[in-house]
Every structure is written in C-alpha cells, then in structure tokens.
Design a protein around this ligand. Sequence first.
Ligand SMILES: [Zn+2]
Length: 348
Amino acid sequence: MAIAKGYAATDASKPLTPFTFERREPNADDVVISIQYCGVCHSDIHQARNEWGFSKYPMVPGHEIVGTVTAVGSAVSKYKVGDKVGVGCFVDSCVGCATRDLDNEHYMPGLVQTYNDVEGDGTTPTYGGYSDSVVVKEGYVLSIPDNLPLDAAAPLLCAGITLYSPLRHWNAGPGKKVAIVGMGGLGHMGVKLAHAMGADVTVLSQTLSKKDDGLKLGADAYYATSDAETFTKLAGTFDLIICTVGTTIDWNAYLGLLKFDGSMVLVGVPEHAVPVHAFSVIGGRKSLSGSMIGSIKETQEMLDFCGEHNIVSEIEKINIQDINEAYERVIKSDVRYRFVIDIASLAA
Ligand SMILES: [Zn+2]
C-alpha cells in the first residue's frame, strides 16, 4: 500500500488538519494519479461538517481532482504515465451490475462517491482530492484537454458538469433564453457554458456587485433580484432557468419568469423546503425539476467542449494550509469564483 498525505476532517466541529493514510494497492484496471490541484466545492463543507447527516470520519474531502498519471494497471488501455487526468464526484457505479447505464449511472443505486463513502468491497473508505495521490478505476478517470490550464480546469469536474448537464438536457442553444440564478462557483460556469452553446444568457443575482464580471464572462443581461421590478420586467421571458443558489428563495416568483412550456431546474440545495403553488406551474405548462452532476460519458463530453471553447473556471489558488479560512469565505460567498488548492503546498 502507498502512503498518502492529505488534510482531513476528524469530526463535524473541528477544522481540517494534516492526515496521513494508505491508498489501496492498484488493481489491473486502476490508474494511479499524482494530484496537482483540487477545487473546493460547497458540498465539501456540508459533508465535512455533517450538515447532510451521512458523514464518515476521518474524511478527506475533494471531488474536483486534476493531476498526472504515475502508474497504470496491466489491463488499462486508455491512459498512460504522464497523461493529464481528472476525477470528479464518483469513482464507481452500479456495483454488481453487469451493465452500466452510461448515460445515467450517476442516478443509479451503487454510486460510489469520491470521498465520504466506501468502495465496492463495502469496506475500503474513499478519500478525496485534498491529498497527494489517488487510485481510481480507469472507467472513472477523465481526460483533460491539453490546452486547458490544469488548476483552472479542476472545478469543471463538479461545478462545470453540474451546469453543463442541465443546459444540454434542456437544449440551451441559439434562440433560447436562459437565466442563471446566482453568480458563484456554479453560476459563473453556467454563464460561460450557456454562452458558448449559443444561448442568450441572463444572470439573476441578488445585487449588481458582480455585473461587470457576468457580462465579461458571456452574459447578455444582468439583473438584481433584490429589485422587485426585475420580476415584473422579466415576466414570461425565459425558456430555461437554472437555479444555483443554496439560499431559500421564492420559487413561485422565479416560475413567473418562465415562458410557456419553460423549465426551472434546481442544482443548488436550499436548506429549507419552499412551498410551490400549483398555479405557478399549471398556467403555462411549466416544469420545476432538478439535476445532479453528470455521467462519466457526459463529463468527458463537457471537458472536450471546454477544450474546444477554451472554457475554465475563474479561480483563486490557495495553499492547503489555508483551507479552513477558505471554507469561511465560501460560506460568505467571498470568492471569485472557485478556490483551488495547490496540492504542492502539502509538501511545505
Ligand atoms: Zn461539488
């Protein structure tokens, strides 16, 4: 077994601290990755602090992993030593299944999360990317396009696919009006991706404080939701609204912004339940839906699309020693727009 170094949460109330652990021996179908960067996702914080109620400790968070292949098993054909690769939110799926549903595997039982989970054997804990190495089955490793800088590409593995998948599923493209609610780690990726797909993109953010950034990243319009006039002015405007915020908002008001047959899709997770009035969806045959990350196949398609359009995340790079402070800043939305840990700092 190889010894890995990382940072871990040891219980829900303590800061993350240095942690040494063992990575499993690679099997014939495994890829060994030296991690160079790992993005910081808001769900890392929810899980490190057991806010969703299923946390296992010690926990090494991190599911926006990029690095270089250092070894491959004898049956691996897709990757070789030196390749630039990524690992996203899951490292196995459909355990015991003869066939993987390659389009929808992330919605099936048997999904193994990259951290805060156990592998298919039911015992080996999964540890994430706040560490210097990882061993992952070839089928769950993604190829990073050569032209993308590795550090800024890291957030594509979760934030990127979380927005790409619903934009594709609900056909964002030329002639479609798309609104992105929230201009944070998820929202700013939505702006870039929807713009590159050819849609007309509007940001709906609480204030206009990030308006310049939004327009620069590809938005055609930018409105403040703190201004009640926004909801009268934009009534019946959008084909698709993607809601990225984790705060409680009045979905009925946002459903009023949809056109006939429009869809509002939730990708953020507000803490409290929000009542939806039947009339908000009956009039205009509207839909309120949700979407969660994407399959490995779609994640690779997203990475290739980003390579083609030169899309990466806007990032602030940090040393791993600053992770606890970074968590506090994520909670305050004080980051433009995604923290990425430089894993080389682990050696310092
Ligand atoms: Zn995430």
